[in-house]
Design a protein around this ligand. Structure first.
Ligand code: AMP
Length: 288
């Protein structure tokens, strides 16, 4: 395998030390692989802002709960490497699981309060795994900037808070969600959907569109917006709704009136696949 795909920590450290000595700005894009255009938009953003880019590919076992899809999560390293492309300043770091979690590993991050609801409640332990692996990857890569997708809105909020609370000297950048032309947010888990399930999965982006339309029309009552989102999800026949809510975009806490900075968050199951999506909602000031 080509030299720009690195598995060993010692080799990664050698490379990043060399870059630092040259005064180069290093960006990191943490991923679990099975890359799609959403991931690649993060790589492009990092290439724009940084001199060197590290794309990490690691299916992190500690962020999966019992009975989740850890075993069947797609692993496609060679194809991922091709998609990222060797431009001479991008490195792929794909550590082995026992490098990240060697025997005796037992220290975890306690996630911040913003991790408590929504995905944190639906997937107990998930954000503990995410924060722990992201902190390790930030330390291993010593990156100046790290790139995350708005697709995982709560994850980005959790990481921002962790980095601020623990004085991690890495700038956190959050890039817009990349969607298929029909609105479906790209996700490695979309590969699990049958063609008919994929149709039903469009319910998530449609429900978010309904919420945005209502806000644009002047609706400020959160319960009304949430009921319309549920209606849109039920209309396409999603199999289960875990949450379809409008919350404060910073704290992710519920509110009864639309907060000035709001976000609509959805988690819904289609067949056996849990999907999440979100959209920022901004009320235009009402003119007298
Ligand atoms: P994952 O491989 O699913 O852990 O995702 C790795 C990174 O890619 C995370 O920061 C995600 O938020 C981001 N990401 C996943 N899907 C998208 C998308 N459709 N658009 C933008 N970023 C995404």
């Amino acid at each position: 395998m080509a030299e720009w795909i690195v598995h060993a920590l010692a080799r990664l450290r050698e490379q990043t030390a060399d870059w630092k000595q040259q005064g180069l700005r290093v960006g990191v894009v943490p991923t679990m692989g099975a890359l799609h255009a959403g991931h690649l938009s993060l790589v492009e953003a990092a290439r724009r802002d940084c001199d060197r880019v590290i794309t990490t590919i690691f299916v992190n076992p500690t962020q999966f709960g019992p009975g989740e899809d850890l075993d069947r999560y797609p692993r496609t390293l060679e194809r991922d490497a091709e998609l990222v492309g060797d431009d001479g300043r991008t490195l792929i770091y794909a550590p082995a699981a026992d490098s990240i979690y060697p025997p005796g590993f037992s220290t975890y991050i306690e996630p911040p309060a913003v991790a408590r609801r929504w995905e944190g409640a639906r997937r107990p332990g998930h954000f503990r795994g995410v924060t722990t692996v992201v902190l390790k990857l930030l330390l291993r890569t010593a990156a100046d900037a790290a790139y995350f997708g708005a697709k995982d809105f709560q994850q980005a909020a959790v990481i921002r808070r962790m980095v601020a609370d623990l004085d991690v000297p890495t700038e956190i950048r959050v890039e817009p969600t990349v969607r298929d032309p029909d609105g479906l947010a790209l996700s490695s888990r979309n590969a699990y959907l049958s063609p008919r399930e994929r149709e039903r999965a469009l319910g998530l982006s449609r429900a978010l569109g309904t919420a945005a339309d209502l806000v644009a029309a002047g609706e400020r009552h959160v319960a009304t917006i949430e009921a319309a989102m549920r209606g849109a999800l039920e209309a396409v026949g999603v199999d289960e709704i875990d949450y379809a809510v409008v919350v404060d975009a910073d704290s992710l806490e519920p509110a009864s009136e639309l907060p000035p900075e709001a976000v609509a968050l959805i988690a819904a199951r289609v067949g056996a696949t849990w999907l999440i999506d979100n959209q920022r909602l901004r009320a235009r000031p009402l003119h007298a």
